[in-house]
Design a binder for this molecule. Structure first.
Ligand code: ASP
Length: 323
């Protein structure tokens, strides 16, 4: 049997519902400790309570420390695989940051639950068991960080939370899962083409995220110009266009050497310099705005935080954002 490390960080999977008030919250004891006991037939499990946070409380700093912890435990104890339990709200961000930074080919699987431990139809135990099965599977090696949820295997790069409450919330728009888990086993049907990976010593850059909308207020960008930031990601319209009112303040940010990355608020497709009107993609690209390759806003923000640790040269960043 394989040696698997299960690291808990909190989330609904580690919470219970108060029968009187209906409030879902963390308790004194992590209910996952009981589930983990039932995993003895699948793998040699070692458990660690790293955090017990609702995932809206997770920060890039927590995620970076988690990456360091996982690296250390794999290096010193030679685990065959790692499972991280996590709240679903920011699960894709932790999974993606780990994918960008973990210097290992050992499978690292992130999972969670939409229903807490004492709710009818609770999905936590099942997701944890399937995550352990994938972590212990030979074919999971070298595929980067994976998200296993509701019997599907997704890449950290493409997966996103698509539903507020449904157990099939995790989907990879445009690409689909790379495998499934059934009663009989783990089946991969796709292989990720490449892995985008970085070695950095810290996460020290401040990067914020804005979403574009019809009639976007220039005051918002004026306010951003007052902030002490290193980078800005904008979820732009369609193929990568913005309302003209915000362009003058974007120019001011670029003059101050603040890196700006454009993604689309559409969840399929990529941004491109197609349109030649005021605020259109061609003007934005000529100004020096970096166009991303289909990442969503929250992941592009993490990637800009990571890549800014290596360079703030626009041409180099543009190259990295095509990966
Ligand atoms: N709000 C919860 C969290 O992210 C949701 C969940 O875990 O499903 O911690």
């Amino acid at each position: 049997m394989k040696k698997i490390l299960v690291i808990h960080t909190g989330g609904t999977i580690a919470m219970s519902e108060d029968e009187e008030t209906g409030a879902v919250k963390p308790g004194e004891k992590n209910p996952l400790h009981i589930t983990v006991q039932s995993l003895a037939n699948f793998a040699y499990i070692t458990e660690e309570d790293f955090l017990n946070l609702p995932s809206p409380h997770m920060t890039p700093d927590h995620m970076f420390k988690l990456m360091i912890r996982i690296t250390k435990r794999i290096d010193t104890e030679h685990f065959d695989g790692v499972v991280v339990t996590h709240g679903t709200d920011t699960l894709e961000e932790t999974a993606y940051l780990l994918d960008l930074l973990l210097p290992t080919e050992v499978p690292v699987i992130v999972t969670g639950a939409m229903r807490s431990s004492n709710e009818l139809g609770s999905d936590g135990p099942h997701n944890l068991i399937t995550a352990v099965k994938v972590a212990a599977h030979d074919e999971a090696n070298g595929k980067g960080v994976l998200v296993v949820f509701n019997d599907e295997i997704h890449t950290a790069k493409n997966v996103t939370k698509t539903h507020t409450s449904n157990v099939s919330t995790f989907q990879s728009p445009q690409y689909g899962p790379i495998g499934i888990v059934t009663k009989r086993g783990v089946f991969f049907h796709h292989v990720p083409k490449s892995r985008d990976r970085y070695t950095i010593k810290q996460l020290s850059k401040k990067v914020i995220l804005l979403k574009a909308y019809a009639g976007m207020d220039k005051e918002l960008l004026q306010a951003v110009n007052q902030l002490n930031i290193d980078g800005l990601v904008i979820e732009a319209l369609g193929q990568g266009n913005l309302p003209p009112a915000v362009v003058p303040d974007l120019k001011k940010l670029l003059d101050k050497k603040i890196s700006i990355v454009l993604v689309s608020r559409s969840f399929n497709g990529i941004v491109q310099d197609t349109y030649g009107y005021e605020g259109g993609g061609k003007q934005l690209k000529d100004m020096g705005i970096i166009f991303s390759n289909g990442l969503n806003g929250q992941k592009a923000r993490l990637k800009l935080m990571v890549t800014l640790e290596q360079t703030n040269e626009q041409a180099k960043l543009q190259e990295l954002f095509l990966k």
